[in-house]
Design a protein around this ligand. Structure first.
Ligand code: 4NP
Length: 163
């Protein structure tokens, strides 16, 4: 999914891409959570997600991600893809889910300007990692959504006005 929430401001929408390893658990969930928050606020933003790996190319989000999302009224629809260097031009803000993802993105970044687009999620002013729930029970996915809802609300506050 390339989710857009249109506020009708006429400004070029801010473009945000979430990145995890497989692009089937954390980053598609983050994409869907932020899309819902942005739509509720009437904020114009273009949102996508990608993985640093090719492990699950073309796959739908993980079953536990979809199930926990729909329990919360959030449809998580995406086809897994690998993050590419060209994505540094396509997005304004690139949000890794953990420090390994961040390291991989920084290695791929072709320029200092590209590196500056990479920023972790934050809670109460501190960079945070979203723990990888892959292979864990559904409860880990509920924890993941709880953390994403808090951190994506903060992300929206942080980027508001910068697009
Ligand atoms: P994600 O979770 O990075 O949040 O999508 C993972 C999905 C698959 C694998 C690792 C993490 N894997 O090794 O296949």
């Amino acid at each position: 999914m390339d989710a857009s929430a249109t506020g009708g401001s006429g400004l070029k929408p801010l473009r945000i891409c979430f990145v995890c390893l497989g692009n089937i658990c954390r980053s598609p969930a983050a994409e869907a959570v932020l899309a819902r928050l942005a739509a509720a606020d009437g904020l114009e933003v273009t949102i996508d997600s990608a993985g640093t790996s090719r492990y699950h190319l073309g796959e739908s989000p993980h079953e536990h991600t979809r199930t926990e999302g729909s329990r919360r009224g959030i449809a998580v629809e995406h086809m897994a893809r690998q993050f590419a260097a060209a994505d540094f031009d396509a997005f304004d803000v690139i949000v890794p889910m953990d420090r390994a993802n961040r390291r991989d993105l920084l290695h791929l970044a072709p320029t200092e300007a590209a590196r500056r687009k990479v920023r972790m999620l934050r809670v109460e002013g501190e960079d945070i990692e979203v723990p990888d729930p892959w292979g864990l029970a559904p409860a880990a996915y509920a924890d993941m959504f709880d953390l994403l809802e808090t951190a994506c609300r903060q992300l929206l506050t942080d980027v508001r006005g910068s697009g």
